[in-house]
Ligand binder design. Sequence first.
Ligand code: 13P
Length: 335
Amino acid sequence: MKLRATARALVAEGKGILAVDESTSTCNKRFAAHGIEGSEPMRRAFRDLLLCAPGLNEYISGAILYDETLRQSVEDGRPFVEAMNECGIFPGIKVDTGLVPLAGAPEEQVTQGLDGLRERIRDYFKIGARFTKWRAVFVIGVTSPSAAAIRANVHALARYAALAQEGGLVPIVEPEVLMDGSHVIEASRRAHERVLQALFEELAVFGVARDAMILKCSMVLAGSGAAEQPPVDRVAAETLAVLGRCVPPDVAGIAFLSGGQSDELATRHLDAINRRAPDAPWPLTFSYGRALQQAALGIWGGKSSNVPAARRALLERASENAAASRGRYLEPAVV
Ligand code: 13P
């Protein structure tokens, strides 16, 4: 019962999820692009900027953290988990341990992290996490995603989700079809269909309660290097068609990843999806990382004097995406 209530709260109307679960190396890489030192105190400071932005809870229901952050504290000494609970933002934790090349198909990857996962979930629950995330990635190429990559990854996702529910955490199940490449949107549609169909078959085999899980998926897009980019409405229509065919109606909610889209486009796509499907069986919201954080990171630049301006940028992105989750992003302001 509690799991279902948490899942519903994470996708409550007008709210989405903030992904702040970059591994240390990914976070440092993003810092380096802005000339920011990649150190533990700087990572803590940036996560503090994001997670403790006053008013964030109006738009954000939960934040996915990386292990390091779950164990760190706010400037005033309270653990992040405590500060988040006080303002009604659920603490979540990424539990996969990353990607390795798939044997026999080295251009594809499989996600690791099942060994010892039951124990890690137990520890994370004790620290205060209430939901969790595991990400699998699929590339689109001439022979990919291969049947092997799909089978290996959906199997891991299903075993992870079952362990998460057993341990009291709501699983966010994230199959990401990457937008890298020059493929047309139809190729993305086919890849999404194959992956999502296989995923829900496997989740059923492992007895995962769909009303106590959240699907975090990519949108159906043309490759980022494609000669032509489809209009926003086409992306919305293709994405909804795939979800309608592959995702059972009792899934608690769908929260999209941004996957390298520009901030603005990620918001416009979410808006168009919700405008087209006001009566979809699941809430359709966001679980963005880059599309929420990018602007704030650039403004911050590692300087504490820039924290207020960076927080304003984060809140603007969060409120715009919250509006998009209601299909109200592009509505003219009422005067
Ligand atoms: P992006 O929105 O930056 O794709 O990040 C979401 C995420 O959690 C990727 O795993």
